[in-house]
Write a protein that binds this ligand. Sequence first.
Ligand code: ATP
Length: 289
Amino acid sequence: MGSNNDISLKALAKINLGLDVVRRREDGYHEVRMIMQTIHLYDRLDIKRTKEPGIQIQTNLSFLPVNENNLIYKAAKLLMDEFSITDGVSVKLDKRIPVAAGMAGGSTDAAAMLIGVNRLFSLGLTKRQLMERGVDVPYCIMRGTALAEGIGEALSPLPPMVKCPVLIAKPSISVSTKFVYQNLKLDDTTIHPDIDRLIDDIKAKNLHDIAAHMGNVLETVTIPNYPVIDEIKKHMLSNGAVGAMMSGSGPTVFGLFDDEDTAKKAYKAMRSSHLARQVYLTSVYNNRK
Ligand code: ATP
């Protein structure tokens, strides 16, 4: 991929097949149990090593920051400072992953940037060493199917989830992660997804059972506030999805399908429905075969 001075990388998005909030900790953080799954929807980063020092970012989306507020910048700076790199880098980010949408778009770009800088400057860091640098980023470096516990930092790999088409639809609303967590009510009446059962279904590679037992406790906040999320789920289900759910704190909804033709038809139907502004047909990604 490119010469020694440039590299082109894919930064893959994730969905959550399960998301449970176990409790709110005294320090305000939430203890979670989440099943993460990488999908083939990605941003592309074209990274070049430059003689001029500094970190230059260009992107196709005008509203994204290109300064130190971009997670790509933070990732590059982290490694470049640590290794006292005096040359610079320039990055062209082609963003396709919906932004602020529960798909770890920023974190996966940061993960790709760590990998890119490590290679371009021959730093010799292993995957594990890269995973140690950066919050939220470790899973994006690890990829595949995984359980995230604690405040999301305790990662355990799971056997690869069965491969299937995945329909992604993001409505044109913005949902703040902070708002969702602040408005989450955890009491005796809360219905928690059964994450252990879902793990068993993943191990058994049974797509229909996975779909039946998926659950995201954050939907209890977002769906009453943003009914379009439920409309998108229903649209996917009535167009043949075996399961449909919101990812992360939303508002992106994903649907799982057991055959490509049905998924293609559902994709077309979603596009003409105008329920969602960004619609993609993609698939489950597995790094461990
Ligand atoms: P998560 O699933 O981890 O909650 P998210 O999908 O909610 O992530 P992101 O798309 O990662 O959220 O971005 C959240 C915010 O971070 C955006 O408002 C954006 O301005 C900022 N940001 C900084 N760098 C990036 C980047 N490279 N890509 C996307 N957003 C970025």
